[in-house]
Ligand binder design. Structure first.
Ligand SMILES: [Zn+2]
Length: 473
């Protein structure tokens, strides 16, 4: 079997990926700060690391991969948004957490194994800060607790920046309580009208960096296999995560492999809120773009390369998906058992080389459209289904109705009293399709899927917290 090789920011080369425990592969990706709708640039890491999550599940087994992606639900930007809207902070964070989950669901992003919100882990953060103080790597001053970067010999090894540049790059405020200007905040005091938690240093709230270190420890352990995030997080956020965890854990590294996805620009300009050139996933879905078109567009460039988001890119992705869908639709060949072709898996295992994957997929499409026999067509068509399942592209997969029919067909000949059991996997697939339809405000389609499932004895229940559960009637 081909090794998975991933570009590691720590070593600045592609490293062979070997999990510490192949029955418990651990991955963490820094998630969103929930105070506004995700723009398409925010969706890039979610989609890229979803592809990696899927590849790891394919390689090591669905239950062997433990993937955590946090929600930052305490932050000064959230406090400002709540004040501007005149609502409590959790009204803002709960609203945008649900939007984020629906938007990413529409892009075919699987739910990570854990989605910890920072505010539920303040106790663990306080405990880790206490450990850092006890080990001499942090100090309390003036209601704050700061990490002392001079106590970490390895500080800077991830981003490989000289110390003076890191201090300038941290854009630190001049603060009299800091021993060194590069020291960063682990805990800060809260004013009477700000959210607060009790701590040994008085009422306050955590700094941003400590949340990821604490939640990784809580869910995944001391040293994890993969840590990912956008390139913009490499410094200071990831450097600081490394430093905190290393010092709290007597030198044990936080992650073996660090991965960073490149920037997204829009019409050749850096996509940023301050420039006003952002487009949200919600807006794109409302423009009637299919979630999987946006997903494919995000995968058309290699994840480490910059990607320019523009109309042409969306059109190219749509044309490619239509090409696959038309090839499948025009073929009457029956589905057979098929695996994802080795060339595609190999390209994916080569540092998620999605442009090479797409090129290989075109070859399979061509095999289908030029097949000389039904057997050849069946194989190519079924391979496309397997690829669609692996990559989260619904257009390549068997139509929902056909999947149900196949499930029903397999019971033909049984007495009518035998209950037909639709597989849980199939229900999950349909549940995902319905979430995508709801996110795109396609209520008719969402209702159609729910009714279709109901007819098959599966009841979907929408919970007040925005999640959907299902049971057999
Ligand atoms: Zn983080």
């Amino acid at each position: 079997m081909t090794d998975i090789r991933l570009y590691n920011t720590l070593t600045r080369q592609k490293d062979v990926f070997t999990p510490a425990d192949k029955n418990r592969v651990t991955m963490y990706v820094c998630g969103p700060t929930v105070y506004n709708r995700a723009h398409i640039g925010n969706a890039r890491p979610a989609v890229v690391f979803d592809v990696l999550f899927r590849l790891l599940r394919h390689t090591y087994g669905e239950n062997a991969v433990h993937y955590a992606r946090n929600f930052t639900d305490i932050d000064d930007k959230i406090m400002a948004a709540a004040e501007a809207e005149g609502v409590p902070i959790n009204t803002v964070t709960e609203k945008y957490t649900k939007f984020y989950q629906a938007d990413m669901g529409a892009l075919g992003v699987l739910q990570p194994t854990y989605e910890p919100p920072a505010t539920k882990y303040v106790k663990q953060m306080v405990a880790m800060i206490q450990v850092l103080i006890a080990k001499g790597a942090a100090y309390a001053a003036d209601g704050h607790v700061l990490f002392d970067i001079t106590k970490d010999e390895a500080y800077g090894t991830l981003s490989r920046r000289p110390m003076d540049e890191m201090i300038a790059g941290a854009r630190v405020e001049v603060a009299p309580y800091k021993k060194s200007p590069g020291d960063f905040v682990l805990w800060k005091p809260s004013a009477a009208d700000q959210p607060w938690w009790d701590s040994p240093w008085g009422r306050g709230r955590p700094g941003w960096h400590i949340e990821c270190s604490a939640m990784i420890e809580a869910h995944l352990g001391t040293t994890i296999d993969i840590h990912g995030g956008g390139l913009d997080l490499q410094f200071p956020h990831h450097e600081n995560e490394c430093a905190q965890s290393r010092c709290a854990h007597d030198g044990a590294p936080l992650a073996k492999i660090w991965m960073h996805n490149g920037f997204l620009s829009m019409d050749k300009e850096k996509m940023s809120k301050s420039l006003g050139n952002v487009v949200t996933v919600g807006e794109l879905l409302e423009q009637k773009h299919k979630g999987e078109t946006l997903r494919l567009a995000l995968l058309m460039a290699h994840y480490r390369q910059p990607l320019d988001w523009n109309e042409r890119l969306i059109e190219q992705a749509k044309a490619m998906l239509d090409g696959f869908a038309n090839a499948i639709r025009s073929s009457d060949a029956p589905y057979v058992e098929a695996e994802v072709p080795a060339a595609i898996l190999d390209a994916l295992k080569d540092d998620l080389n999605t442009p090479a994957v797409l090129a290989e997929m075109q070859k399979v499409r061509k095999e289908l459209t030029t097949a000389g026999s039904e057997a050849q067509a069946s194989t190519a068509k079924s391979e496309l289904h397997a690829i669609g399942k692996l990559l989260g592209l619904g257009s390549l997969m068997k139509p929902i109705k056909a999947s149900l029919d196949t499930a029903l067909e397999s019971f033909t000949g049984y007495p009518p009293s035998v209950t037909i059991q639709i597989s849980s996997e199939m229900v999950e697939e349909l549940k995902g399709a319905r979430a995508a339809a709801k996110a795109a405000k396609n209520w008719a389609e969402a209702d159609r899927i729910r009714d279709q499932l109901k007819a098959e004895g599966i009841i979907l229940e929408d919970k007040p917290d925005g999640t959907t559960v299902w049971r057999r009637a």
